[in-house]
Design a protein around this ligand. Structure first.
Ligand code: GSH
Length: 208
């Protein structure tokens, strides 16, 4: 039974295409053109009430009935639970996955996303204020990640959904004006992730 992925070619959309590829789950893509406000159409809002991609519909939910899921972190947890992959069973091993997934959802996404926003502004004074504030926080987050990846091969021990979540945003490092050479452990991990054929497929799949 094929999962439908509602997405657009953005970091949050890529997190899910990478996870689906890594988990070997069949899926089809339903592009939601957020530039054309398709995220406000009633049919999409009925599965994603916050009018944001990504969302999925799994025709074979936990009880065999269809289920929809919105919010990329919730989708990753759902898929991890469903497949038993990239989400450890033991609570001790699961805790770092949850920590780093929440770290991504709360900071390493919202902050570089603000850099993308302010970098696109035309007014120089508006740009300066926003870029200074959110670039500093984005770099701090890369520093935290670099420190962590100096101690562990993947973000939370073994390869997990936390890596997929973080990679979606690290993929846009140039757009948020970060040079990965400044964060050698992040660079090592980034190259290792992109050397995985399923990750590459998740970034190659057409989402728009
Ligand atoms: N917390 C959400 C954020 C999703 C999000 O920001 N999606 C953006 C694209 S990356 C979007 O759909 N924007 C359309 C809008 O805000 O109207 C998640 O992780 O799923």
């Amino acid at each position: 039974m094929t999962i439908t992925l509602y997405a657009w070619a953005t970091p949050n959309g890529r997190k899910i295409s990478v996870a689906l590829e890594e988990m070997g789950l069949p899926y089809t893509v339903k592009p939601i053109n957020i530039g054309n406000n398709e995220q406000f159409q009633a049919e999409f809002l009925s599965i994603s009430p916050n009018n944001k991609i990504p969302a999925i519909v799994d025709p074979q939910g936990p009880d065999g009935q269809p289920i929809s899921v919105f919010e990329s972190g919730a989708i990753l947890l759902y898929l991890g639970e469903k497949t038993g992959k990239f989400l450890p069973k033991s609570l001790r091993d699961r805790v770092p996955v949850l920590e780093w997934l929440m770290w991504q959802m709360g900071g390493f996404g919202p902050m570089p996303g603000q850099v993308h926003h302010f970098a696109a502004l035309e007014s120089e004074s508006d740009r300066q204020y926003g870029l200074k504030r959110f670039s500093a926080e984005t770099r701090r987050l890369y520093g935290v990640l670099d420190e962590r990846l100096g101690k562990t091969e993947y973000v939370a021990g073994d390869l997990s959904i936390a890596d997929f979540a973080i990679l979606g945003w690290a993929w846009r490092h140039e757009r948020h004006k970060v040079d990965l050479a400044d964060y050698p452990n992040v660079q090592r991990w980034y190259q290792m992730m992109f050397a995985r054929p399923a990750v590459q497929r998740g970034f190659d799949v057409k989402l728009d």
